[in-house]
Design a protein around this ligand. Structure first.
Ligand code: CA
Length: 728
């Protein structure tokens, strides 16, 4: 297609936006100047302003930009005709560790608010990147062990004169937006349990809504609403039933008894149950309905969790409640009897679509199970479901209810045979935000095509330090046969999928070798922006998928880009720093599919930009000087057995670090058994997130793990001399 045909013209965009009653500064040319270092909004960020966020084109007021969470910007100064001239306008190096930076920044009247690893917050001048204030909640380093997927944070909320932050250790903190000074703080979780907060709060009618994570660690999921002024709890909704006969005194009490409890068997409450609300929410102000997604069951294995079967409500579900009270209205379960870590916490988007000649108020989600769902958001009625990537756990869906028709082989706990599930636990789409563009009518999905062998393993005990999921981590480890490794790498890919939610098919699709890349932004300028794992920010034509622009970023990207306007200038900004679930756990496959550097930074681009990045530092080749491999085969095998449940989820499968968490094969501690023990057993690095494992691992266990890592370092030396890829 020629570019003239492809382009969505300025006039057409303005006509479209006018029809939506969206006054766009780019159409009207009357953007307000903002004060140079103002940290107080020009207009209060109250309920009226949040409900009108669609038309507040210059700003990005909430994590999903609007209550509908479309992540679509009406700005058109940067568009498919001129995006080739987009240049770096400023960069700001963040005081954050080089891990997964998953935050979507907010921009409120010229000030940007960014959260980072360890739940820190930075306020920057959105025109220049200049630091205005910073806040560190001082999360104890040892809490890192309670985060399944790195010490990440996905963003903050803004309301009136405060910024709201959920911290990794479960606190909700209100900060003075002008100074970053804490105004109040409340503990939202039981600190004796392994909860964490990584998601962004939302604010509705003076209530701050926050969930939590921990379904890999034996917790029970819930979502809470707190008074925005005082931090007092207003309501709470538990997603799975607790101990029989005990009431929570929560908004969920009645519905859990009536609907959820009959779908469970056994003694799941002793194991937690799961169903945590760790990311997606959306809100419809007209219906006053708050929507949220729930996570997988804990343990992962349905057979261990609920031995006599049952759907296990409300795991892997979308739930609608009254925002005012938390009162249940409807639910839709994507995966009955969830068995494969198929969270349904992924990005939820609200839109109004014409389907079969009827205007429908819909809710859309592409959860981890690989299936795109369209529901009626008023009633929860199922409209349609179609896989957006390859799946093998289900063969179809009941056309009336949307209930999956399962592949019986997928139930590994029942068959007793491992099942290579596609998607794997990273999902067909993970937490990375999508975007819905009302001009093209398409949803842009950062999709993954990854598989994982599922086998059940009865945990001997409830661990404080390992996953409690009943999953055979050792059995799922990448086999070291070069042919199998090559095939696994070749078949682990990613897509940017432009999905038509009405016809339930892809309009276009671009395939990548780097699976774990960033969230997505789309704009009225007919553009879709996405960052890569290999260190680029890219722009595509929203209607055709043609790649129109890219810029090097010196770092892989997982966070979603945003766009905003200050003083009449449109910027596209993104936080760089590659990491998160796939990065830390997928070992050699992750390592091969990412840039060699991780630089925690905010980058902002504009058509007038003339900033340049400093030269990247030289990456020294790791020493890889292990001591002699003298341990017995039995000791190494014992170390391998312990490494996978205890260490692999941070330091990488088979002791190959795919992320920027240290690759233990290079560790100088390998040569010093006492120093190794002081860290792994005694917790010498606990403040940096490396806890003491002494409560569950003996000095002999720790020594066996060292022996295994030494043997893996020797494997790497042998591979390096043979030209292999896994060597650090
Ligand atoms: Ca999960």
């Amino acid at each position: 297609m020629k570019s003239a045909d492809r382009s969505i013209t300025h006039a057409r965009v303005c006509a479209f936006l006018a029809a939506l009653v969206i006054p766009i500064t780019a159409c009207q040319r009357q953007s307000e100047p903002s004060a140079s270092t103002a940290t107080v909004p020009k207009r209060p960020v109250d309920q009226a302003r949040l409900e009108a966020a669609d038309s507040d084109a210059a700003n990005w007021l909430t994590t999903g930009r609007t209550y509908s969470e479309q992540r679509f910007s009406p700005l058109i100064q940067i568009n498919d005709q001129n995006v080739g001239q987009l240049r770096l306008a400023w960069h700001h190096d963040l005081d954050a560790i080089p891990r997964g930076q998953e935050s979507t920044p907010l921009v409120v009247d010229g000030v940007m608010y960014v959260s980072t690893t360890w739940s820190k917050v930075f306020a920057l001048d959105a025109r220049t990147g200049k630091l205005l204030w910073e806040y560190d909640p001082k999360v104890p380093g040892e809490w890192g062990i309670n985060a399944c997927c790195d010490v990440v944070n996905r963003g903050v909320a803004f309301w009136k004169d405060k910024v709201y932050l959920g911290t990794l250790d479960g606190r909700l903190v209100a900060l003075d937006a002008a100074t970053g000074t804490p105004v109040w703080e409340t503990q939202t979780v039981d600190r004796s349990q392994r909860y964490a907060i990584t998601g962004a709060p939302r604010v509705i009618r003076n209530k701050v809504i926050i969930g939590n994570a921990g379904s890999e660690f034996g917790v029970r999921g819930y979502i809470s609403a707190y008074d925005a002024d005082t931090g007092e709890l207003v309501w709470r909704f538990y997603t799975v039933p607790g101990e029989p006969g005990k009431k929570d005194g929560a908004a969920s009490d009645e519905v859990l008894e009536k609907i959820a409890r009959p779908t469970w068997t056994g003694e799941w409450w002793k194991l937690g149950g799961g169903g945590t609300v760790w990311d997606a929410m959306a809100y419809d102000p007209e219906l006053d309905l708050l929507y949220f997604g729930t996570g997988n069951g804990t343990p992962w294995s349905h057979t261990l969790r609920s031995p006599d079967g049952g759907d296990n409500l409300f795991l892997a579900s979308i739930i609608a409640v009254k925002a005012e009270t938390g009162e249940y209205v409807w639910h839709f379960q994507t995966v009955p009897g969830e068995d494969w870590d198929y969270d349904s916490t992924n990005h939820i988007i609200l839109a109004d679509l014409e389907i079969d000649g009827r205007k429908r108020k819909v809710l859309m989600q592409a959860p981890k199970n690989g299936v795109f769902y369209v529901l009626d958001r008023e009633t929860g009625e199922f409209i349609s479901a179609k896989p957006y990537v390859n799946i093998n756990w289900a063969t179809g869906f009941d056309p009336k209810t949307g209930r999956p028709i399962e592949n019986p082989e997928a139930r590994y706990g029942r068959t007793g045979k491992p099942f290579v599930a596609r998607p794997g636990p990273a999902g067909g789409h993970a937490w990375q935000p999508m975007s819905f563009n009302p001009l093209t009518g398409l949803v842009y999905i950062p999709a993954l095509d990854l598989a994982m062998p599922f086998g059940m393993k009865r945990d001997e005990r409830t661990s404080r330090y390992a996953f409690n999921v009943g999953f055979d981590f050792l059995g799922a480890s990448l086999p070291q046969d070069p042919k199998i490794k090559a095939e696994a790498k070749a078949t682990s890919v990613g897509y940017l999928v432009a999905w038509d939610p009405v016809s339930q098919q892809a309009a276009w699709r671009v395939q990548y070798s780097d699976a774990w890349r960033s969230g997505v932004l789309s704009t009225a300028g007919n553009l879709v922006f996405q960052g890569t794992a290999m260190g680029e920010l890219q722009a595509f034509a929203a209607d055709t998928g043609e790649r129109l622009w890219s810029a090097p970023t010196q770092s892989g990207i997982v966070a979603a880009p945003i766009t905003y306007e200050v003083d009449g200038e449109q910027f596209v900004a993104v936080v760089t720093g590659w990491g998160g679930a796939f990065a830390i756990a997928a070992g050699e496959i992750a390592r091969e599919k990412r840039a060699p550097l991780n630089t925690p930074r905010v980058l902002a681009f504009s058509l007038k930009g003339n900033d340049t990045l400093p030269d990247p530092p030289e990456i020294p080749r790791p020493t890889l000087q292990p001591p002699p491999n003298t341990a017995s085969a039995a000791t190494i095998a014992r170390g391998r057995e312990l490494f996978h449940p205890y260490c692999s989820n941070c330091h990488g499968d088979a002791a190959v670090s795919g992320s920027f968490i240290p690759d233990l094969r290079n560790s100088p501690l390998l040569a010093d058994a006492a120093a190794w023990r002081s860290v792994v057993h005694d917790g010498a690095l606990r403040e940096r997130g490396m806890v003491s494992f002494s409560a569950e691992l003996s000095p002999e266990d720790v020594e066996a793990i060292r022996a295994y890592v030494i043997s893996r370092a020797h494997d790497a030396l042998a591979e390096r001399s043979a030209g292999g890829a896994s060597a650090p």
